[in-house]
Write a protein that binds this ligand. Structure first.
Ligand code: GLY
Length: 363
């Protein structure tokens, strides 16, 4: 097992990465203050792993709550149903919630933990690559609304993140590929050498090679932990973690939540952000071509479906959380390994980038 730390003074926490961790009671125990735990999962993950986690937490009379898998479950309705189950069970403010699942489960459970009795402890046990490298670390929690993704939420840090790399064996190729989008993101925004390695070892990663995936998870979490420690509430550099996300969230909302996986939308979003960077004169054509090739090699989508209207995407992008005083704020690349925020990009330029994304990538 390897351990990293998110350094946030008294709210700091460990990220443990290794094989077989989710069944180890000793890894949960130091982070559980009360006598009861509630495990929140989706029905797919719960069927695969729920019994093992319940077994590890047997001393805490675990209750297992489930909801339907998929991004379209990340709603106020699901939240209300889960909250009512906690209220009916008379769980007090010393309950610890355990988020067992992918990004949807983590965001939902985190928001429940942030708000139940004005805040209770929670532990993240991410089971998808995407959740292991990104959404389980850093304390962003939230729900979607028809008007946009993650528009309701709170910052609420977990007590611990347990990344059991064995869970990756339960993923299908599509989910693995979607997670690789966020891994690529870290190389693009912060570490050119890591990106070189991803280019070299992409086939091993796509093939589910254990050591390669563990290396990708460790480096991604290391970069994320450092950024979150420096800027927990996204006053500055944490926004760089949103490379491709303004385009990506708009694609998810426009196609109907759950149609595209989050990582798929972020993959195409990063390609669009690279093209925007090139049009702004910040990124070379060669570097932009490299981004396109890597997104394609990872098996992520590289073009938009024709039925999504440009105005629809622009409308969702205008409602993005990063917009300030009506001015857009987007993450762009200055080079592979170096990102920046630009403000006030004209909608006409965004429309050009959207239209360019309709054409398939040249072979
Ligand atoms: N996923 C972006 C962040 O956690 O800030």
């Amino acid at each position: 097992m390897r351990t990293l730390r998110v350094d946030l003074a008294d709210r700091g926490y460990p990220i443990h990465i290794g094989s077989g961790l989710l069944a180890d009671p000793g890894l949960y125990r130091p982070h559980i203050a009360g006598r009861r735990v509630v495990i929140v999962s989706d029905s797919r993950v719960s069927a695969l792993l729920g019994a093992r986690v319940c077994g590890a937490l047997a001393d805490y009379q675990p209750l297992l709550l489930e909801f339907a898998p998929g991004e379209d479950s990340k709603t106020l309705d699901t939240y209300a149903r889960l909250a009512d189950q906690l209220i009916e069970g008379r769980f007090d403010r010393r309950v610890t919630l355990i988020a067992l699942g992918g990004g949807v489960v983590g965001d939902m459970t985190g928001f429940l933990a942030a708000s139940y009795h004005r805040g209770v402890d929670f532990i993240q046990v991410p089971t998808t690559l995407l959740a292991q490298v990104d959404s389980s670390v850093g304390g962003k929690t939230g729900l979607n609304r028809p008007g946009g993704k993650n528009l309701l939420g709170a910052f609420h840090q977990p007590r611990c993140v347990l990344i059991d790399t064995d869970t990756l064996k339960t993923l299908d190729q599509r989910e693995l590929t979607a997670g690789l989008a966020e891994v690529i993101k870290y190389g693009l925004i912060a570490d050119a050498e890591f990106l070189d390695w991803l280019e070299r070892d992409m086939d091993a990663l796509l093939g589910g090679d254990g050591p390669a995936l563990t290396r990708a998870i460790y480096r991604s979490c290391e970069i994320k932990a450092a950024i979150v420690a420096a800027d927990e509430r996204e006053a500055g550099q944490r926004a760089l973690l949103n490379l491709g996300h303004t385009f990506g969230h708009a694609i998810e909302a426009a196609t109907g939540y759950g149609t595209w996986l989050h990582g798929e939308a972020v993959g195409l979003g990063m390609l669009m952000a690279a093209r925007l960077s090139q049009r702004l004169g910040r990124l070379s054509a060669d570097a932009c071509g490299r981004v396109a090739l890597l997104i394609q090699r990872a098996g992520l989508p590289t073009c938009l479906p024709p039925e999504i209207a440009t105005d629809t995407l622009l409308g969702f992008m205008a409602g993005d959380k990063k917009v300030l005083d009506g001015r857009s704020r987007l993450v762009v690349l200055d080079a592979v390994g170096r990102a920046a925020i630009v403000e006030g990009v004209e909608p006409s330029l965004l429309a050009t980038v959207i239209d360019a994304a309709r054409a398939p990538l040249a072979a």
